[in-house]
Write a protein that binds this ligand. Structure first.
Ligand code: ADP
Ligand code: MG
Length: 210
């Protein structure tokens, strides 16, 4: 199996469902170490992505992700909007005009997405940001794609599991980037909302391919 535009549209649709379902949870994660808007931002952004997908149905996975990038940049706002916008845009560029994406192409796009987030936000691993979900996800994807038996589903599962573990691992960290860093030591003991939403996005990618 390879990933095609139908997968991409299913993925983005499942992202929108996940953000709607987890809106309150993401708001609650953003309350103690932020400004309680992350769930609202993400839900609004992905609902707008659904509208755009219906308006101008994409013909390639890359086109679907590019449309998503543009929409998230203009609708999500806050810190997360430009960061996710950059991630989806870099992944779209990595996919190019391909009609289908193979395990290596998928891993390359996930690494490109992570690199985009780092380039934009300048956070390092351990700073308690979405990078702490994306870096292990990108690395796990590369390892799974390098495995000769690896297929796209295995790559997606590896990425989602690593992102979920990475998000949980932000709990004890002290934030060094973003709004949560204003709290210093008091940011420890809370999950980073952006790492949590990143794990939801990568889990949706699995659901769309399963
Ligand atoms: P805001 O902080 O502007 O209210 P959101 O609440 O939508 O924006 O998003 C907050 C999330 O953005 C954080 O949980 C974190 O994961 C991510 N974030 C913030 N700053 C950075 C950064 N410099 N690099 C990477 N991720 C960041
Ligand atoms: Mg916020």
């Amino acid at each position: 199996m390879l990933l095609d535009v139908k997968w991409a549209v299913r993925w983005l649709t499942m992202c929108a469902e996940a953000m709607a379902e987890n809106r309150v949870w993401l708001i609650e994660l953003d309350r103690p170490i932020g400004d309680s808007d992350h769930g609202e931002n993400m839900d609004r952004g992905f609902q707008a992505v659904l509208e755009k997908l219906a308006e101008t149905p994409p013909e390639t996975p890359g086109a679907a992700l590019k449309l998503t990038a543009m929409t998230l940049m203009s609708k999500v706002g806050g810190a997360a909007g430009p960061l996710y916008g950059t991630a989806f845009l870099r992944a779209a560029t990595a996919f190019g005009d391909a009609l289908e994406v193979d395990p290596a192409g998928l891993a390359t796009a996930l690494v490109a997405a992570r690199d985009g987030i780092v380039a934009r936000g300048k956070a390092e691993s351990g700073d308690k940001t979405m990078v702490d979900a994306w870096t292990p996800a990108a690395e796990a994807a590369q390892a799974a794609a390098a495995d000769a038996t690896g297929n796209v589903l295995a790559v997606l599962v590896a990425a989602a599991e690593a992102a979920e573990a990475g998000a949980v691992a932000t709990d004890p960290l002290v934030a060094r980037k973003g709004r949560a860093s204003y709290l210093g030591e008091r940011s420890a003991g809370h999950r980073d909302p952006g790492a949590a939403s990143s794990a939801l996005i990568l889990r949706a990618a699995v659901g769309a391919a399963a």
